[in-house]
Design a protein around this ligand. Structure first.
Ligand code: ATP
Length: 448
């Protein structure tokens, strides 16, 4: 399996098979904006659901939240985004293109060779206006992270959830950053989705919890099929830490363009709650009944990008194999992430097969995300399902009409077993939970 695949191959597969399309394509596209197609949207939902299940639903110390994208502008003054969320930029005096100062060597524009201005700070937050009048007083920002919506609701959540510390509050939602150098497909875009957890702990226990979350998050990617050798941890140097962070680790992935950040896990100390208390005039602290003391909790923040995770899962799953002299492209996606779980494929469009194939489809469809395809040769249909990472294909052939059995083909091993239609749902359920794909089950007979 290649350690790395070309980004072009991923982009082209995504377009060809309906994962991801360039946004506004019929109008010539819009730079670095992408639309998720029919199978892409399923994959993206599965990534978010896997995160939500692991972070919120499988634990009793984390609750969820869904806050608004536009918030009081004072929040961004308190968080430091108005002052600090900036990149130094230079502008070309002749073609007016802007460049990140640290990405340009010398004083000449990389595009036209023109003279560059001195660096100026450029804020990465998008601005818009709320209400009918476009004036300074009605200006709001589109959030560049979901975290602040969590901090400003800390009090609401603690009082209504009646939970003790350590307590996590999790959120998934859109964020917007006017990135200067977006690119590498969905790796860096100006509109993207965040999956963020703010885990509030007693000061003094923060280092222990940082270690805990770094390990949890690393293991999450591995459990969902990312090869360990393609992941690594990198601790931020003191000079590199964001203004709010006491310590920070990046989980990096070996993307086609090299090792790059997949997720950041930061110890934010009490920076955010203290700032919001100062700016809002509301006390934001926690009364620890057991210890009989009041304090401002520290926060550990694992912050991941949905789109960047989708890209990592796609890259890691991508493979080109040769099977009996024929090339096949396959996505070895973890079964819980695969957009389509099972495809029902009648051997041909023969009118005798269709009713039984439809009957099988109707049985499976309410239970699993199921595709029905009778369009081309069976070989081409298998190839299509391999390319979108469908773990199981169910084939209905003429024998099925007689013995009421169908063939299940497994994506990775290409093994096939024959199963009575009455058992099909149960079998697929078990296989999707990870049961071995072999003929050991009583009624299944292995096919050559
Ligand atoms: P980078 O250094 O790559 O700009 P960051 O350190 O600014 O990222 P954070 O603010 O820590 O990123 O955001 C957490 C996660 O959100 C990142 O690890 C990444 O997965 C995702 N993310 C951040 N910015 C973008 C973006 N412009 N496009 C897509 N995903 C992003």
């Amino acid at each position: 399996m290649p350690a790395k695949v070309d980004m072009d191959k991923i982009v082209s597969l995504c377009k060809r098979r309906g994962f991801i399309f360039p946004s506004s394509e019929i109008y010539g596209g819009l730079a670095s904006c992408w639309d998720y197609g029919p199978v892409g949207v399923e994959l993206k939902r599965n990534v978010k659901e896997a995160w939500w299940k692991a972070i919120v639903q499988d634990r009793d110390d984390v609750v969820g939240l869904d806050t608004s994208i536009m918030m009081h502008p004072g929040i961004w003054a308190a968080s430091g985004h108005i002052d600090n969320f900036t990149d130094p930029l230079v502008e070309c005096k002749s073609c007016h293109l802007r460049w990140r100062a640290d990405a340009v060597e010398g004083k000449k524009c990389p595009n036209c060779g023109g003279e560059l201005t001195e660096p100026r700070m450029f804020n990465l937050m998008f601005k818009t206006f709320m209400g009918p009048v476009e004036e300074e007083a009605s200006m709001v920002y589109l959030r560049p992270e979901t975290a602040q919506g969590i901090f400003v609701n800390f009090e609401n959540v603690v009082t209504t959830s009646r939970k003790k510390l350590p307590l996590g509050i999790a959120q998934i939602g859109k964020s917007f950053r006017n990135e200067i150098t977006p690119g590498n497909f969905i790796f860096r875009t100006r509109e993207f989705e965040h999956m963020e957890l703010e885990y509030f702990v007693k000061p003094g226990t923060d280092e222990k919890w940082l270690d805990y979350w770094v390990k949890e998050r690393f293991d999450w990617y591995v459990k969902l099929g990312i090869r360990k050798e393609n992941l690594r941890l990198r601790q931020h140097g003191k000079d590199e830490l964001a203004h709010y962070a006491r310590d920070c680790y990046d989980i990096e992935y070996l993307f086609p363009m090299g090792w790059s950040e997949l997720e950041g896990i930061a110890n934010r100390g009490d920076f955010d709650l203290t700032q919001h208390a100062k700016h809002s005039g509301k006390e934001l602290s926690y009364y620890d009944a057991e210890a009989g003391e009041k304090y401002v909790p520290y926060v550990i923040e694992p912050s991941a990008g949905v789109d960047r995770s989708v890209l990592a899962f796609l890259v890691d799953a991508y493979d080109e194999e040769e099977i009996e002299g024929e090339k096949r492209t396959v996505l070895h996606l973890h079964r819980s992430l695969a957009p389509i779980k099972v495809a029902v494929l009648p051997l041909s469009r023969n009118e005798k097969l269709t009713p039984l194939a439809k009957e099988v489809f109707n049985k499976l469809c309410p239970n699993f995300v199921t595709d029905y395809d009778d369009s081309q040769s069976i070989g081409r249909r298998y190839r299509r399902q391999d390319e979108i990472g469908t773990p199981f294909c169910v084939t209905i052939d003429f024998e099925s009409l007689e013995d009421k059995q169908v063939t299940i083909r497994e994506r990775d091993s290409l093994a096939q077993i024959r199963v009575p239609i009455g058992e099909l749902k149960k079998v697929i359920e078990a296989k999707l939970k990870g049961e071995a794909f072999d003929a050991s089950t009583l009624w299944a007979t292995r096919q050559k």
